[in-house]
Ligand binder design. Structure first.
Ligand code: B3K
Ligand code: ZN
Length: 871
C-alpha cells in the first residue's frame, strides 16, 4: 500500500485537465496467465488551460506492470518519465501526440473486483470510480471524455462471447483457436464507463423501436443455466425505455443495449455505456427462486442503469464530488418509474423508511457528509445513502417546488445545454433556475450542508376569529467540519383536517427562514395538521400530536403516506414507553386503542393489502435505534418483541382471516396487487407464528411445502427457522438446502435467514456457516448475506454485551481488507456508530476500531472510515 493512501482530496482544489484524449484505442489479449493491454491515446493540450508546458500526468495503479511506453512511436526509457504511487508523469511533451502504452495485468488474481477481473471464469470489468487506472495509464477522471475503440482477443472455445461498449464493427480468427472482435463506441465518454466482458455466455435477445423509429437490439447475457431467469429484466428494460421517452423525452442512442449478469460484483450494477454489468442478484428473476423484493430490485436497478444513459453518461460529472449529480437524479428517476409501475404510496413509504433508518443514521454519524462532499480520501466510500437517497430527495424537492411541468423543462434544458459535457450540481440547479426564473441559491444548501434538519412545529387556534396559526422552526445539528448550519429552502406539503376527518385545507408551504408563521383563516373548528405529506423534505418532524389526533389521521388522512406515518408515530410512541417500562422493571403493556386500531385496518377489506401490511409492520429495531437518544439494544428488542407478541395474541382470529383472504390460491404473478397480497399474508403468518401455537406451525409448514414461489417459501422458512420450533426449523433449513444448493442466489437467502435468526446461539451459527461449502469469502454477495445479515439484521446478538459480535466483525474486516477493501469498508458501517451506545458497548466497539487502526497497512478505504470514526 502506498504512502498516498491517507491523502485527502478537496473539491476546492479542482483544476481542469491539462491534457485531453480525443481517441482511445485499446487492444486486450486475454490469456489465462495474464492479459496484455495495448492502449493508444490521441493526446492534445487542453485549449482551455493556459500553461501548455504542464507535464502529462496519467493515473496508473502501482501493481500494474508497465511493459512499453512510447510517444509518437519513440520508446520512452525509465529515465524519460517518473512513476510514483499511482501516477506516471512525463515532462516536455508536444502539444499533440500519440501515446502508446502496454501493460500486463493479472485478472485472475484481482480479488478487489475493480478494474479487469475474473468472475466465475469470465473476464469482466468495473471501472467506476477509479478502476480504469488498474487497466492502463490514463487521465482517469470523469472530465476527460474520449471516443473508445476496443479489440478483444481471446481463445474462442473458452470465451466465445467478446463484448465492449458501442457497436461491433469487425471480427476475425487467427487460425490458432483465438478470435477477436472490435467494438466502436461513437459517444465520447469518461474512462469510468469503459467495460469489457469475455466469456461463455448465453443470451436472451429482444428488440425495441424507439419513439423516433431507431431499432435497438436488446441483449441480456448470463450463464446458460440462468437463461430462464432473464424475462423479467428484459420486460423491465423495455418498460424503462418507454417510460424515459414519455416522461423525460429521452431516447436510447446506440444500436445495441447489453446487460451482462456476473456473480462476483461489489455492488448492484454498473451503467457502462451500452454494456451494463450487473450483479446476478439485480438481474436474475424467476418466481421459483426470487422473492417479490428481488423482483422489485431487478425492475428498479435495470431502470436505474438504463436511465443513467442520459443522467450520467451523455451528461456526466465533472469530478467525483459531483457524484450525486448523476446518482441523486437517477435514483429520483428510478423511484418515479417504480412508483408508476407499482403502488406510488408503498414506494414512497419504502424510500422514506430507508432514509429515516439508514440515511439519517449516516447523517448523525462520523462519516456524515453533504450530498456534494467537500473532501474524501477514498471516493469508493462516498457511494452512500446520502449521495444516492438524500440526493434523490433533493431532486424531488426541486420537482415539488417547480411542479412537474417546469421541472421537465429544466431537465430538457439541462440535457440540451450539457450533452457531451462533464458538469456540476450547480449546472443542474442553474437549468432549473433558468426555466423557472426562481432564485435557488438558498436551495443549494441542500448540496453543501450535511446533517438532518429538524422541523419543530407548534400551532394556535383562535375559535373566535377562526384563525389557525402554524409556527415552524427549522434547525440542523452540527456535523463533522460544519458547526453551524444556515436555514434550508424546502417544501412542506400539508393538510388541515377537522376532528371528524374532513379535509379543510391541502397545499404546500415553502420554508426558507429559521422561524416562520403561516396563517389560515376561516377555519371552523380546531384542525389537526397533517404535516410533511408524502415526506416532502428529508427532515425530522417534531409536532406534539395527541394519541387521538394520530389515530384520527391514521383513519382519515387523504394522504396515504401520512396515514401510514401517523400509525408509525403512534407505534413509536408506544414502543418508547414500553422501553422505559422495561428499563424501570415495570410490566409492559399493549394498549387497547392500538389493538382496536389495528383490528379496524386488518378487517377493512376495502384497503389495499400492501398498504395494510405497511401499516401493521412495527418500526424496525434499526429505526428505533436511530430515534433513540442513546441506543439501548436490549430494551428496544424487548419492547418490540413484547408488542409483537401482544398484537399476535390479541388479534389471532383477525390475522388468520387476513391470511385466508390473501391466500387466493392463484398462480404466482409479479404484479403490485399480488405482491401486496403476499406481503399481508406473510405478515399475518408471522404474527400467527408468534403465538407459538402448533396449528400455525403446521400452516407455515404447509405454505413452505406447497407454495409455487420463493416469496412464500422463504417467508415460511424464515418464520419457522426463527421460531421456538427448533427441530422443524432445522428440518426445513436442511430441506431448503437440498432443494436449492445449486442456485447461488437462493443460497444467499439461506445464509441470510440463518444469519438473522434472533434465537440464542446466533454468533456460533454464523461462525459455523462461514466454513460451510456454500459460503465463499471472495464473493461479495455471500459476505453481505452472512456478515451484514448478522451485523445489520440481528442487532440484538451483534451487540452482545461481551463484545463478541464486534470482535467477529473486526476479524472479518481485517481479513477482507487485504482482499477487497471496498467491501471491507462497507461492512464496517455498524461499528462506526459506537458513540450512540451505552458506555460499555461503546468502549468495546471503540476497542475494535482501535485494533484496526493499530494494524499496519490498512487500505485507504478502511483507513478513512476507521480514522474518522475514532475522531
Ligand atoms: N454507478 C454505479 C456505482 C459504482 C460504484 C463504484 N464503487 C452504479 C449505479 O449507481 O448505478
Ligand atoms: Zn447509479
Amino acid at each position: 500500500m502506498s504512502s498516498k493512501q491517507h491523502e485527502t482530496i478537496y473539491l476546492e482544489d479542482y483544476q481542469p485537465p491539462a491534457w485531453l484524449i480525443s481517441h482511445t484505442e485499446l487492444r486486450f489479449e486475454l490469456e489465462e496467465e495474464h492479459t496484455l493491454v495495448r492502449a493508444q491515446l490521441s493526446v492534445r493540450a487542453n485549449p482551455a488551460v493556459a500553461d501548455k508546458r504542464m507535464p502529462l500526468e496519467l493515473f496508473g495503479d502501482e501493481a500494474m506492470e508497465l511493459c512499453r511506453l512510447s510517444i509518437d512511436g519513440q520508446i520512452l526509457e525509465t529515465c524519460d518519465y517518473q512513476r510514483d504511487a499511482g501516477c506516471l508523469r512525463i515532462q516536455n511533451v508536444p502539444e499533440h501526440f500519440t501515446l502508446e502504452c502496454v501493460t500486463r495485468l493479472l485478472p485472475h488474481e484481482n480479488t478487489a473486483l475493480e478494474g479487469l477481473y475474473k468472475s466465475d471464469g469470465m473476464f469482466c470489468t468495473q471501472c467506476e470510480a477509479e478502476g480504469f487506472r488498474r487497466i492502463t495509464f490514463f487521465p482517469d477522471r470523469p472530465d476527460v471524455m474520449s471516443v473508445f475503440r476496443t479489440t478483444l482477443v481471446a481463445d474462442k472455445a473458452r470465451y466465445p462471447v467478446l463484448l465492449s461498449n458501442g457497436n461491433p464493427v469487425d471480427n476475425g480468427e487467427d487460425g490458432e483457436g483465438r478470435h477477436w472482435v472490435t467494438w466502436d463506441d461513437p459517444w465520447p465518454k469518461p474512462s469510468y464507463l469503459f467495460a469489457l466482458v469475455a466469456g461463455d455466455l448465453a443470451l436472451l435477445e429482444d428488440n425495441y423501436t424507439t419513439l423516433s423509429g431507431r431499432e435497438v437490439a436488446l441483449r441480456i447475457y448470463a450463464e446458460r443455466k440462468d437463461l430462464d431467469k432473464l424475462d423479467y429484466a428484459m420486460q423491465s428494460l423495455k418498460n424503462a425505455m418507454r417510460w424515459d421517452e414519455g416522461v423525460y423525452g429521452r431516447e436510447y442512442d446506440l444500436d445495441i443495449y447489453m446487460i451482462v449478469a456476473v456473480d462476483f460484483f461489489n455492488m448492484g450494477a454498473m451503467e457502462n455505456k451500452g454494456l451494463n454489468i450487473f450483479n446476478t442478484s439485480c438481474v436474475l428473476a424467476h418466481p421459483k427462486t426470487t422473492t417479490d423484493l428481488g423482483f422489485q430490485r431487478v425492475e428498479g436497478v435495470v431502470a436505474h442503469e438504463y436511465f443513467h444513459n442520459w443522467s450520467g453518461n451523455r451528461v456526466t460529472c465533472r469530478d467525483w464530488f459531483q457524484l450525486s449529480l448523476k446518482e441523486g437524479f437517477t435514483v429520483f428517476r428510478d423511484a418515479e418509474f417504480s412508483a408508476d409501475m407499482n403502488s406510488r404510496t408503498v414506494k414512497r413509504i419504502e424510500d422514506a423508511t430507508l432514509l429515516r433508518t439508514a440515511q439519517f443514521a449516516e447523517d448523525g454519524g462520523p462519516m456524515a457528509h453533504p450530498v456534494r462532499p467537500e473532501s474524501y480520501m477514498e471516493i469508493s466510500n462516498f457511494y452512500t445513502l446520502t449521495v444516492y437517497e438524500k440526493g434523490a430527495e433533493v431532486v424531488r424537492m426541486l420537482h415539488t417546488l417547480l411542479g412537474s411541468e417546469l421541472f421537465r423543462k429544466g431537465s430538457d434544458l439541462y440535457f440540451e445545454r450539457h450533452d457531451g459535457q462533464a458538469v456540476t450540481t450547480d449546472d443542474f440547479v442553474a437549468a432549473m433556475e433558468a426555466v423557472s426564473g426562481r432564485d435557488l441559491s438558498q436551495f443549494k444548501r441542500w448540496y453543501s450542508q450535511a446533517g438532518t434538519p429538524l422541523l419543530t412545529v407548534s400551532d394556535q387556534y383562535d375559535e373566535h376569529t377562526g384563525e389557525y396559526c402554524l409556527n415552524v422552526r427549522q434547525s440542523c445539528p452540527p456535523s463533522p467540519g460544519q458547526e453551524h448550519k444556515q436555514p434550508y429552502h424546502m417544501p412542506l406539503a400539508m393538510g388541515l383536517l377537522a376532528e371528524d376527518g374532513a379535509e379543510l385545507y391541502a397545499g404546500c408551504l415553502e420554508l426558507t427562514g429559521e422561524e416562520q408563521q403561516f396563517r389560515f383563516t376561516d377555519i371552523a373548528s380546531r384542525p389537526v395538521p397533517s404535516l410533511l405529506r408524502g415526506f416532502s423534505a428529508p427532515v425530522k418532524l417534531d409536532y406534539q400530536y395527541s394519541d387521538a389526533q394520530l389515530l384520527m389521521l391514521l383513519r382519515h388522512d387523504t394522504d396515504g403516506f401520512n396515514r401510514w406515518d401517523a400509525g408509525q408515530r403512534f407505534c413509536i410512541r408506544l414502543l418508547q414507553e414500553q422501553m422505559r417500562r422495561y428499563r424501570a422493571g415495570e410490566p409492559m403493556q399493549c394498549p387497547d386503542v392500538l389493538i382496536s386500531a389495528w383490528r379496524e385496518l386488518l378487517t377493512d377489506a376495502s384497503l389495499e393489502p400492501a398498504m395494510v401490511a405497511q401499516c401493521l409492520e412495527l418500526p424496525s429495531e434499526a429505526q428505533l435505534s436511530e430515534l433513540a437518544e442513546q441506543i439501548d439494544v436490549t430494551a428496544i428488542h424487548a419492547a418490540r418483541e413484547f408488542m409483537r407478541a401482544a398484537l399476535a395474541t390479541a388479534l389471532e382470529q383477525e390475522w388468520l382471516q387476513a391470511y385466508q383472504r390473501c391466500d387466493t390460491g392463484a398462480a404466482y404473478a409479479a404484479d403490485a396487487a399480488s405482491m401486496g397480497r403476499r406481503s399481508l399474508k406473510n405478515l399475518a403468518l408471522s404474527y400467527l407464528m408468534l403465538t407459538g401455537c402448533e396449528p400455525w406451525l403446521e400452516l407455515a409448514r404447509q405454505q413452505y411445502e406447497q407454495s409455487d414461489n420463493m416469496t412464500d417459501q422463504l417467508a415460511a422458512l424464515s418464520l419457522v427457522a426463527h421460531s421456538g420450533f427448533r427441530e422443524t426449523g432445522a428440518e426445513l433449513l436442511q430441506a431448503f438446502y437440498q432443494q436449492w444448493q445449486h442456485e447461488a442466489l437462493v443460497m444467499n437467502q439461506w445464509l441470510s435467514v440463518q444469519a438473522s435468526d434472533p434465537t440464542p446461539g446466533a454468533l456460533a451459527r454464523v461462525q459455523a456457516l462461514s466454513t460451510h461449502p456454500v459460503f465463499d469469502a471472495r464473493n461479495p454477495n455471500k459476505l453481505r448475506a452472512l456478515i451484514a445479515g448478522f451485523c445489520a439484521r440481528n442487532l440484538f446478538h451483534f451487540h452482545a454485551e461481551d463484545g463478541s459480535g464486534y470482535e467477529w466483525l473486526a476479524d472479518w474486516i481485517l481479513q477482507l481488507d487485504r482482499r477487497n477493501p471496498q467491501i471491507a469498508a462497507r461492512l464496517l458501517t455498524p461499528l462506526t456508530r459506537w458513540k450512540r451506545y451505552d458506555t460499555e458497548r461503546a468502549a468495546l466497539m471503540q476497542a475494535q476500531l482501535q485494533r484496526m487502526m493499530d494494524t499496519a497497512e490498512l487500505s485507504a478505504d478502511v483507513y478513512e472510515v476507521v480514522s474518522k470514526s475514532l475522531m
